[in-house]
Every structure is written in structure tokens, then in C-alpha cells.
Design a protein around this ligand. Structure first.
Ligand code: HEM
Length: 406
């Protein structure tokens, strides 16, 4: 572990937070004084306490297995002595608490399960408690208050180490998750590329058949062939969307200061045919902000939200309202429509891949559009959600952080 590693800063706690915790368990100046008055006690019983601690670890297979060699045992013994002497020195400063977090990091590294770490504290407390009551048998009140002081600081220490354990576990899980997502995306990309080739053949030859041999087919035959061609086109869209979805995880973002007004116009231009065909009316609350983001990916978000707002809309005219709100650390965008809306029970599922609420044929599309939006927004450190009322319309919201944390 590097010397300049700041564990507290890493998990986002400071001395103010530690003070709150000390207040909460009632560990105050009096307790610190009581502990520092026990230095003689510590000198007298230190070896014995650490010896008993070590014997306890030896008597259980799970903990014994971690004491692999003399070097490890020496480090364990000396760190226990240091720990006790720090407690009875009574200097509960930043260094002290950094050490407690480091303890969590070290135990996590050596593979000690947190349960053993926590449970050995019970042994420690009881063992030392018995020694204290013997040492202070003629002044039991003083003994009791010292015992309480020790239990309080033990509690704080134990929780700090545990928090670092949890933090390390989270990091590991995130790394595994990223690795798995990466593997799935690699596979998706490979599959999509391989599928493209035969698909091109299906599309091209069904077009040739329709163009050159339509006369030889009856009405039914022509209809089947059209279905075949349309299925090919839909599959091509699906593959393209799968590739887009996979590439969001794969590619590092291409960050730039992006004028979203320009970007929105480009998206509208791209969707020009559908917009004209359905005579969509836009009411943008311009100007939209300039945001540091990946232009291509954010364009995907607007493109999917707007094309859904057009597609799932039977009003005449369809109305779409794009608005941006500035918040403290992010911009919040909304895309509101007067479309068919989504029943409350389905509102969560629409953001998941392949969740279609409508039968294919009724509404075209791969069912991946909103999953792409979710992935882009979440990767940029934002959030996406929706409000909708069946028969009235939907509003999709998403945020993009001002300080992009990629
Ligand atoms: C009251 C509970 C415990 C406390 C306060 C504690 C504290 C510590 C501290 C401060 C260190 C030194 C960390 C550093 O390098 O800065 C350490 C190391 C170590 N602890 Fe613990 N510990 C506890 C429980 C346990 C248990 C239950 C085991 C089980 C085997 C254990 C095994 C070890 C080992 C093997 C090392 C040495 C690691 C190395 O340097 O290779 N500890 N402990």
C-alpha cells in the first residue's frame, strides 16, 4: 500500500464525520483521558492480550490458515501491539483513523472475511474486560468507565475497517461487472458483424427477385417476398442498434463542447422524413445549453426519444417539446409528447433492452432505442426516467453532468 494513500479521502469521510460518529457513540474527552490513564495497564498486560488474541486465531482453522509464515505472524503480533499502544496513548487524530481504514484494506487483501474480523472484537472486549475488572477490583466504577471507553472506540474502529472492506468489495464487484459487460459487448459486436454479411445477401436477392421476377409470382408470392425483404431490413436495424449499444461500453467517449441546439437540428434533419410525413410540430424552449459530452452518443439519445415520440403518437398533429433546465451540477432535459402514453405498470420496463410494449408490425423498431439512451446517459454519469399517462402523452427526462466525470 503506498505511503501517500489517503483512505479517508478515498471513501469520502473527514475528521468532521469522525467527530459526528464519536458524538453518536458518546466517546468524549473524558473517555480519551480514561484510556490514556491506562498506559500502565497496557504495559503490564499488552503481551498477554496479544498472546491470547494470537492463540485464539490459531485455534480456528479459518483464521489459522491466514497465518502462513513467521513473517506474517510477526507483522500480525507487532500490529496488534501498536494498535493497543495507540489506543492507550489517547491521540485520536487523522493518522489514527487512517490506520483503521488501512486495517480494513489490509485484511481485505489477505482474504480475511469480515465476519472473523468483527467477531474477534468480541473476544478482545471480553478478554480485556476481565483483565480490567481484576486490575480495578478495588475501584470498580473507575474500571467500568474505562471498560466502556474502550468498547466505544473499538466500535468506531471496527466500523471504519468494515466500511473499507465494503468499499473494496464494491470496487471488486464493479471491476467484475465491467469485465462481464465488456465480454458481452465483444461477443455482440462479433456476432453482429458476422450476421451482417448473410443479411446483406438476403436483402439484396429479395430486392432482385422483387424487381426482376415479380411477374412470375402471384399476389401471394409477392406478398411473402415483401415480408422477407422487410424482415431483412428490420434485422439490419436491430443489428445496427446492437452494435451501437455495444460500442457505447467499448469506446472511450469523444468529449467536446457541444452546442445542443445545433445537435438537435441535425437530429431533426436526420428524422426529416418521419417529421414531414406526420407533420410534427416542435416547440423547443431554445436555447439549449452547450454541454461537454460525446456528440454522437447524445445525438443517439435525442434521436431515439424524438423518433419514439413520433412513432408512438396518433394525435394530429404530433407535438414534441424539448426543454432544458439548468440545475446545480447538471442539465436536465425533457422530451415531451402528446402520444399514446405508457401505462404505469410498463413504465419501468421500457428502458430495458428488447422490452417492446407493442406488437411488431404495429410499431417498427428494434426495441433497443431506449436501452441505448439509458446506457449513454448512465455512462456519462446522468440519469434517465419518464413520466407518462396513457392516452395523454409521455415525458422522458435525462440529465447530463456539467462536470463530465468520464
Ligand atoms: C480486533 C481485530 C483486528 C485488528 C484491530 C487488527 C489490526 C491489524 C492491523 C492494524 C494490521 C496491520 C495493517 C497494516 O499493514 O497497516 C493487521 C495485520 C494483520 N492482521 Fe489483523 N486485526 C484484527 C483481526 C485480525 C484477524 C481476526 C486476523 C485473522 C487471521 C488478522 C490477521 C492479520 C494478518 C495476517 C496481518 C498481517 C498482514 C500482512 O502484513 O501480511 N487480523 N491487523
Amino acid at each position: 500500500m503506498p505511503q501517500d494513500h489517503y483512505f479517508m479521502a478515498e471513501i469520502g469521510i473527514d475528521m468532521q464525520e469522525i467527530q459526528r460518529r464519536m458524538d453518536f457513540v458518546g466517546f468524549d474527552k473524558n473517555d480519551i483521558k480514561k484510556l490514556s490513564e491506562m498506559q500502565d495497564f497496557a504495559k503490564q498486560h499488552g503481551e498477554q492480550i496479544v498472546g491470547a488474541f494470537y492463540q485464539h486465531l490459531l485455534s480456528f482453522r479459518e483464521t489459522r490458515l491466514l497465518l502462513k509464515n513467521q513473517g506474517t505472524i510477526d507483522r500480525l503480533m507487532s500490529s496488534q501491539k501498536t494498535y493497543l499502544s495507540e489506543i492507550f496513548r489517547g491521540r485520536f487524530d487523522k493518522h489514527y483513523f487512517e490506520q483503521r481504514l488501512k486495517t480494513g484494506a489490509v485484511h481485505h487483501r489477505i482474504g480475511l472475511k469480515p465476519k472473523w474480523y468483527m467477531e474477534i472484537y468480541a473476544f478482545y472486549e471480553n478478554y480485556i474486560s476481565t483483565l480490567i475488572s481484576e486490575a480495578y477490583r478495588h475501584e470498580s466504577d473507575r474500571g467500568l468507565s474505562r471498560d466502556h471507553a474502550l468498547r466505544k472506540i473499538f466500535r468506531i474502529d471496527m466500523v471504519l475497517a468494515l466500511e473499507y472492506y465494503m468499499y473494496s468489495n464494491n470496487l471488486e464487484m464493479m471491476a467484475k461487472l465491467n469485465h462481464n459487460t465488456q465480454a458481452i459487448d465483444d461477443f455482440t459486436r462479433m456476432l453482429s458483424h458476422d450476421l451482417k454479411e448473410p443479411l446483406r445477401g438476403i436483402e439484396a436477392f429479395s430486392s432482385f427477385l422483387l424487381e426482376d421476377y415479380a411477374k412470375l409470382l402471384d399476389q401471394q408470392g409477392t406478398r411473402y417476398l415483401k415480408f422477407l425483404k422487410e424482415s431483412g431490413t428490420r434485422m439490419k436495424e436491430l443489428i445496427q442498434d446492437l452494435l451501437t449499444l455495444a460500442s457505447i461500453t467499448q469506446k472511450g467517449p469523444n468529449l467536446d463542447q457541444v452546442d445542443l441546439n445545433v445537435l438537435l437540428e441535425q437530429v431533426k434533419h436526420h428524422l426529416g422524413f418521419a417529421i414531414q410525413q406526420k407533420q410534427v410540430v416542435f416547440s423547443n424552449h431554445l436555447p439549449l445549453p452547450i454541454v461537454r459530452c460525446d456528440a454522437l452518443q447524445v445525438a443517439e439519445v435525442f434521436k431515439n426519444l424524438i423518433s419514439n415520440a413520433i412513432k408512438f403518437n396518433t394525435s394530429t398533429p404530433p407535438r414534441i417539446d424539448v426543454t432544458a433546465y439548468e440545475e446545480e451540477s447538471c442539465y436536465r432535459f425533457s422530451v415531451k409528447d402528446n402520444g399514446i402514453g405508457i401505462e404505469p405498470v410498463y413504465q419501468e420496463q421500457v428502458l430495458r433492452p428488447f422490452e417492446r410494449l407493442h406488437h411488431r408490425g404495429e410499431y417498427e423498431g428494434s426495441g433497443l432505442g431506449l436501452a441505448i439512451c439509458k446506457k449513454v446517459v448512465e455512462k456519462a454519469g446522468g440519469e434517465i426516467w419518464l413520466e407518462s399517462e396513457a392516452g395523454v402523452g409521455s415525458t422522458f427526462y435525462f440529465t447530463l453532468p456539467k462536470n463530465n466525470r468520464y
